[in-house]
Design a protein around this ligand. Structure first.
Ligand SMILES: Cc1cc2nc3c(=O)[nH]c(=O)nc-3n(C[C@H](O)[C@H](O)[C@H](O)COP(=O)(O)OP(=O)(O)OC[C@H]3O[C@@H](n4cnc5c(N)ncnc54)[C@H](O)[C@@H]3O)c2cc1C
Length: 517
C-alpha cells in the first residue's frame, strides 16, 4: 500500500490530522492498533476547556484553550454541549487564589463573571452549602467519540483510508528516510508494508515507544487519571473547584450522566491501566466537598486514561508539567520524513492537527492552507449514535413495531444498530461488539452490557455478521472491557447487578471457560 502521508494513531490528534490533510487534497492512510479513541481520547473527562483552569499556572495554555474552544464551538457544534461552567470555592479554599482568579482570567482574555451565591444555588442546587465564591465561565462538554468519528468520516469522504486494528511495528529506513512502515493486522496477524512520502507519529502516550522503533528518543511522562460516571446527570453545567488544579476537582455533564475526576498518578508502564479502589474512594471524598450528592449517588462505571506529557525538565508534580503540545521534527536526529506530535489536550487537538499538517505540507513542498478553522465538520450518520438520548428520541418518533429495542438502558433499537453496522462496513472497519460500543451508547447504561451485549450478538448472528463461536468471543471481549470499569465500584446495587451479570455470562454462556485468542 502507498500514500503521501501515513498517520499512526487514531485518537483525536491522528483523526484531526487526517481530516486536515484530506481537506488540503493530500492522500493519507491512518493506522490504529485498536479502534478509534483507544488511548487518552477515549479515556478523558470530555471537558472543552474555557481556559479558566489554567489562568493561574499556565497562561499560555489558558489562551490557547479559549481560542480553540471558540473555534470548535463554531465548526463542530454537534460534538459539543455548550453547558457553560461554574468555578466554585468552598470554605477553607485558598483565599488568595480566589481573589486573584478574576484578574488572572482577564489577563488571559478568558471571560469569568462573578455570580451571587443565592443565584448560584438557583443555577445549581447541588452545590455545597459552604460554597463561598462562584464565577461563571465558558466551559463546555465535548463528546470525544463523536469528535473523532466525525473527523474520520470527513477525512474518509475526502479519500483517507482508515485501517483499524493495524499496529505500526517497525520502520525500514534507507538513506535517512523511512521507506516503508511494517504494520501488523492485530486480528489476523498478517504483516504488510505501507510506503509513504511522510510519516506522522500521533500515537499519544505511545509516541515515545513508536519513536524508539525508528531509533529516536522522546522523554515521555505517563500520568494516569481516573474518572467516575454517575448513573444520572447531577448538574446542568461543568463544575470546577476554584483552586489550583488538583485531584477530583471537575465535574462534567456527559449527556445523561455526570463525570467526576480526575487523579494524576505517574506510571512507568502502559499495560494494565485501570481505576483502583483507592482512587475511587479519594475521588468521591474530594468531589463531595464541592457537591455533597457525590457521596450518595450510584456510580455505573469508572475508567482511566493516561496523559501524554512531554518532559522538558524534571518536575515532581505532573500537574505542573505543561499541557502544551510538542511537535518534534526528527530530521535533526537523522530521519528526514518523520514527525511526532504528542502532549496537548483534547481541546487543542485541531490546533495540533493544523500545526502538524502545515509542517508536513512544508516538508512535501505543498502549499495548501488549513481549512479546519472555517469549514464546518459535517454531522454524519457514523458519529450520530454516540449522542445520549438520540436513540430513544428517534425510536419514539419514527419506529415501527418491528424495530425492537436491543439495548434497553439507552433505548437503542435494531435500526440504529443496522446504521452503525453499515457505517463500519462502509469505512472498511472491523465489525465487532466493541466497535459498535465505541460508535454508540451500547453497554454504557446501568446494566453495563449485561443484556444488550447478548441481544446484539444474537441479532448479528441472525444477520449473518457472525458465525460459529465468534459471538461468544465477542461477548467475552466486550464484557471484560466493561468489567474493568465496574470492578472498583462494587457496593450496594452494582454489586447485586454484577452477580446477575456473572450468572448470565458465566452460568449461561460459560465465558470464563473460553480461551480468547
Ligand atoms: C484522565 C484524563 C482526562 C483528560 N481530560 C481532558 C479534558 O477534559 N479536556 C481536554 O481537553 N483534554 C483532556 N485530557 C487530555 C486528552 O485526552 C489528550 O490530550 C488527547 O486525547 C490526546 O489525543 P491523541 O490523539 O494525541 O492521543 P490518543 O488519544 O492516546 O491516541 C493515540 C492512539 O495511537 C494508537 N497507537 C499507539 N501506538 C500505535 C501503533 N504502534 N500503531 C498504531 N496505533 C497506535 C493508540 O491505540 C491510540 O488510539 C485528559 C486526559 C486524561 C488521561
Amino acid at each position: 500500500m502507498k500514500a503521501q502521508v501515513l498517520i499512526i494513531g487514531g485518537g483525536a490528534t491522528g483523526t484531526g490530522i487526517s481530516r486536515d490533510l484530506a481537506l488540503r487534497g493530500i492522500n493519507c492512510i491512518l493506522v490504529e492498533k485498536k479502534d478509534i479513541n483507544a488511548g487518552a481520547s477515549g479515556g478523558n473527562h470530555g471537558l472543552l476547556h474555557s481556559g479558566a483552569r489554567y489562568v493561574g499556572a499556565d497562561p499560555e495554555a489558558a489562551e490557547e484553550c479559549k481560542h480553540e474552544g471558540d473555534i470548535i464551538k463554531k465548526v463542530a457544534p454537534h460534538c459539543i454541549e455548550n453547558t457553560g461552567g461554574l468555578f466554585v470555592a468552598v470554605a477553607g479554599d485558598d483565599e488568595k487564589y480566589i481573589a486573584d482568579f478574576p484578574q488572572n482570567c482577564s489577563k488571559c482574555g478568558v471571560p469569568a463573571k462573578y455570580v451571587d451565591l443565592k443565584d448560584a444555588f438557583e443555577l445549581e442546587p447541588e452545590l455545597a452549602k459552604n460554597t463561598i465564591a462562584v464565577y461563571m465561565v465558558e466551559d463546555a462538554s465535548v463528546d470525544p467519540f463523536k469528535l473523532s468519528l466525525e473527523n474520520l468520516s470527513h477525512a474518509h469522504s475526502n479519500g483517507t483510508i482508515y485501517l483499524p486494528y493495524t499496529k505500526a511495528e517497525g520502520f525500514n529506513i534507507e538513506n535517512g528516510r523511512i521507506k516503508s512502515v511494517v504494520v501488523q493486522n492485530m486480528i489476523t496477524g498478517e504483516q504488510k508494508k505501507i510506503e509513504a512520502d511522510y510519516v506522522v507519529n500521533a500515537a499519544g502516550v505511545w509516541a515515545g515507544e513508536l519513536a524508539k522503533l525508528a531509533g529516536m528518543k522522546i522523554n515521555m511522562i505517563y500520568s494516569k487519571g481516573s474518572l467516575l460516571v454517575t448513573q444520572r446527570r447531577i448538574t446542568k453545567r461543568v463544575i470546577n473547584r476554584l483552586r489550583r488544579a488538583s485531584d477530583a476537582d471537575i465535574l462534567v455533564p456527559g449527556g445523561t450522566v455526570s463525570i467526576i475526576g480526575t487523579t494524576s498518578i505517574r506510571t512507568e508502564s502502559l499495560e494494565s491501566i485501570y481505576p483502583t479502589v483507592e482512587e475511587v474512594d479519594f475521588i468521591i471524598s474530594e468531589g463531595a466537598q464541592m457537591l455533597p450528592l457525590l457521596d450518595k449517588i450510584r456510580y455505573i462505571r469508572a475508567y482511566s486514561g493516561v496523559r501524554p506529557l512531554v518532559s522538558l525538565h524534571d518536575s515532581a508534580d505532573d500537574r505542573g508539567v505543561t499541557r502544551g503540545f510538542a511537535l518534534i521534527d526528527h530530521e535533526k536526529e537523522g530521519i528526514k520524513n518523520f514527525t511526532t506530535i504528542t502532549g496537548g489536550k483534547l481541546t487543542t487537538f485541531r490546533l495540533m492537527a493544523e500545526k502538524t499538517s502545515d509542517h508536513v505540507c512544508e516538508k512535501l513542498g505543498i502549499s495548501k492552507p488549513c481549512m479546519t478553522k472555517t469549514v464546518p465538520m459535517p454531522n454524519t450518520s457514523s458519529g450520530r449514535w454516540t449522542e445520549p438520548g438520540l436513540a430513544p428520541k428517534t425510536w419514539v418518533r419514527d419506529s415501527s413495531k418491528a424495530d425492537i429495542l436491543l439495548c434497553e438502558c439507552e433505548m437503542i433499537p435494531k435500526s440504529a444498530i443496522d446504521s452503525i453496522i453499515s457505517s463500519i462496513i462502509g469505512q472498511s472497519g472491523d465489525l465487532s461488539l466493541n466497535s459498535i460500543g465505541v460508535r454508540s451508547r451500547v453497554g454504557k447504561g446501568p446494566c453495563q452490557g449485561t443484556f444488550c451485549s447478548a441481544r446484539i450478538v444474537s441479532y448479528m448472528y441472525d444477520k449473518g455478521n457472525l458465525i460459529d463461536k465468534q459471538g461468544i468471543l465477542e461477548l467475552q471481549k466486550f464484557i471484560n472491557e466493561r468489567w474493568k470499569g465496574q470492578r472498583p465500584l462494587l457496593w450496594d446495587i452494582p454489586m447485586v447487578q454484577s452477580e446477575l451479570q456473572e450468572a448470565i455470562h458465566c452460568g449461561l454462556f460459560g465465558l470464563e471457560m473460553e480461551q480468547n485468542k
